[in-house]
Design a protein around this ligand. Structure first.
Ligand code: PRX
Length: 678
């Protein structure tokens, strides 16, 4: 049976062996009908959110009562917590559910196996349509336990960081949960990242273990993921083992570090005792771009993250017991962590793992999947919506979308045209569109369709979630109390789902989020509060570009300076019809470099795709930089030019070389004309 399961979950041909659980173990209790945990805390009933306004007020004014009741009733604890929180943003102290011990995998698996073992946990929507695989809670627990035991046998210990470089598939989810089960810390790296980016992340996390697949399949193409891992590992002497799952039948060259994952899993028991983890122990690291070069490993801890993931999943999407939740994000991004894996599984839901692209084999893919799987909540990125909108309504209307109840948008602002199309064409004006604003963790500002009758306006994140108290600050640090005003978006009290630190760099965490406005968490985003008190995000306030919903620090791209022809560069985000933003790279060439615009653009695109990832590749390259007399690049001027607002350049008194600006304006015009005529 296990072999068949593994063959469905990946592609192994190993031998079957049934579960053998020591009597009395937590896993044995999950398989049986006995009580699940040694300690079941008194589940304090909390009023159902009928009156959202009232409940929101309780959540921000009586945080201990609100989160305490939810922490007790929604999570299963091994040891109860003694205090709800000890948080002080001014001091950089954030701790939730102190004294409590739990295991995240027990919350996501065992307790559901206990009541509904055959309920479908995962629907793996493979690259080719119509080949979906269903994995029940019982099966996912078995995969997780065997994988947890494999990790232990390979020498992985509590607290060790395990890098996961896999596309969305059941074994990737089992890998995350297996780490959680044994108390290891996972660091999933998006499987589109280059060998160099992967190596940076493995080294930063000091991972000794990497889990990957032989090959990935995406959009009908084979992706040589194991080869990328091998290249990365050459630069990571600390890696001791690579666990390889066979996603395809193709053999890949083995190295001395390789362990065949399915073969090892077959040798292990299907019972793995869950580690008792403190609420604030690390659950995972996830790397995200910062405004300085090095990506930062944001750390999330156990209880607060899980509770926040489950609650936002339930209330933002109005998730009901039998619903099928379709978040099409890759598990390598935080959206995949929170809304493909932890939120839905903690709620005992059925969640879709989408391996493909929105246009494979054709632009009807999402909606054909919705029809076939009967998806009730669909959650995707504005980039994909904008792309599909261009292909026309027929690709949508061809398929039955009557199962849909809520449509979600994530990762970047959704423009009005895309919002309207999503609402009118995809959702047939029947499904509320939730534009969810958040950052690494869980949804913070968003409409809540579970609140019937509440207004939703196009392209607006609308209202804060329970426990989130947004504040607008001006550049002097004054809190702006009035409505109809713009400011820096800060959050004025700690919430359970916030990141706790940057791995091995707490100072950077404080400098990025907590010291810019003492006493507040600074999000880095600008926001407008309407006359009715609704929130509309207006974009980043720092040098981070948001390409197709993926953050990219301009400094990361400016690292191209080591190209032989490049003397200096500046990278600016510019409005891109599909991707939201693109990277516009300004380059000063070295003398007599011999490169033309075309050859240099092509080379830089390739270089950046290799160094970072394909999505980061720049769109334009031009040649001169406007600087102040003291030598600072005038990004403000560059930004106006690329936004086609050359008539609004503002004060140029400090500009050193006026001719450079004129040349860039002319060059930009030519580029745009050339681009349009393509
Ligand atoms: O700038 C905001 C933008 O994405 C940033 C967070 O990126 P990350 O931590 O990678 O989390 C991705 C998952 C959301 C935010 O600071 N952003 C995210 N959602 C929205 C958004 N900007 C506008 N509207 C949104 N709905």
């Amino acid at each position: 049976m296990m072999a068949r399961l593994l063959a469905r979950a990946c592609c192994s041909k190993a031998l079957p062996r049934g579960p053998r659980c020591p009597p009395g173990s937590v896993t044995a209790r999950a398989w049986s009908n006995g009580p699940l945990t040694a300690y079941m805390p008194e589940a304090i009933a909390f009023p159902k959110p009928k009156d959202h306004q009232g409940l929101y007020k309780v959540s921000v004014e009586q945080g201990d009562a609100f989160w305490g009741a939810l922490g007790r009733s929604r999570l299963t604890w091994i040891t109860p917590f003694h205090s709800v929180q000890d948080c002080d943003l001014r001091q950089g102290r954030v701790s939730w559910f102190l004294g409590g011990q739990l295991n995240v995998s027990v919350n996501c698996l065992d307790r559901h196996v206990h009541v509904a073992p055959d309920k479908v946990a995962l629907i793996w929507e493979k690259d080719e349509p119509g080949e979906e695989v269903q994995v029940t809670y019982r099966e996912l627990l078995e995969l997780t336990c065997r994988l947890g035991n494999t990790l232990k046998r390979q020498g992985v210990k509590r607290g060790d960081r395990v890098t996961i470089y896999m596309p969305p598939c059941p074994l990737a989810v089992a890998s995350m949960l297996a780490c959680a089960r044994i108390g290891a810390v996972h660091a999933v790296v998006f499987a589109g990242f280059s060998a160099e980016s992967l190596a940076d992340r493995i080294r930063d996390a000091q991972s000794e273990t990497v889990i990957t697949v032989n090959q990935g399949l995406r959009g009908g193409k084979v992706i040589e993921l194991k080869k990328t891992v091998d290249q990365a590992v050459k630069q990571c002497p600390g890696v001791k083992r690579i666990l390889v799952s066979m996603r395809t039948d193709s053999k890949v060259p083995m190295t001395a570090l390789d362990v065949l994952l399915e073969e090892e899993m077959m040798k292990e028991d299907a019972c793995c005792e869950p580690a008792a983890m403190d609420s604030e122990d690390m659950l995972f690291l996830l790397y995200t771009s910062g405004s300085t070069g090095k990506p930062k490993g944001l750390v999330h801890s156990q209880a607060g993250y899980l509770l926040f993931a489950a609650l936002t999943h339930k209330y933002v999407f109005n998730y009901q017991d039998r619903d099928i939740f379709g978040c099409v994000a890759d598990i390598g991004w935080i959206t995949g962590h929170t809304y493909v894996v932890y939120g839905p599984l903690c709620n005992g839901g059925t969640t879709v793992l989408f391996e493909s692209t929105p246009i494979h084999p054709n632009p009807g893919r999402y909606w054909e999947t919705v029809e076939r799987l009967k998806i009730n909540q669909f959650y995707g990125a504005p980039t994909a919506i904008r792309l599909l909108l261009r292909y026309g309504d027929e690709w949508v209307k061809k398929y039955d979308r009557s199962s849909l109840k809520v449509l979600g948008s994530v990762g970047e602002p959704i423009n009005k045209e895309a919002w309207e199309w999503y609402f009118h064409v995809v959702g047939e004006t029947r499904c509320p569109v939730v534009d969810t604003w958040w950052q690494t963790g869980g949804i913070c500002i968003s409409p809540r369709p579970s609140n019937p009758g509440a207004k939703i306006l196009p392209g607006m994140a609308m209202r804060p979630f329970f426990g989130i108290r947004p504040s607008l600050l001006d550049d002097k640090g004054n809190v702006l109390l009035e409505n109809n005003i713009s400011g820096a978006l800060c959050i004025s009290q700690a919430w359970p789902g916030m990141a706790r630190t940057i791995y091995n760099d707490h100072k950077r965490f404080l400098e990025t989020y907590l010291t810019p406005y003492p006493g507040f968490f600074f999000t880095g985003d600008g926001v407008y509060r309407t006359s009715e008190g609704y929130y509309q995000l207006t974009g980043r306030l720092d040098d981070i570009i948001n390409i197709s919903g993926h953050r990219l620090g301009t400094a990361e791209v400016e690292d191209i300076n080591h190209h032989v022809a490049v003397a200096e560069s500046a990278v600016i985000g510019y409005p891109h019809e599909i991707k939201g933003e693109g990277a516009y790279v300004f380059v000063v060439l070295k003398k007599d470099s011999g490169y033309t615009q075309k050859t240099l653009t092509a080379e830089l695109r390739e270089l950046i795709s290799k160094k970072i990832a394909k999505y980061a590749a720049p769109e334009y390259v031009t040649h001169r930089l406007p600087k102040t007399r003291s030598g600072k690049i005038m990004r403000r001027v560059l930004r106006k030019i690329v936004e086609d607002k050359a008539s609004e350049l503002g004060d140029l008194t400090t500009l050193d070389d006026h001719e450079a600006v004129q040349q860039i304006i002319e060059g930009h015009k030519l580029l745009v004309e050339g681009w349009k005529s393509c």
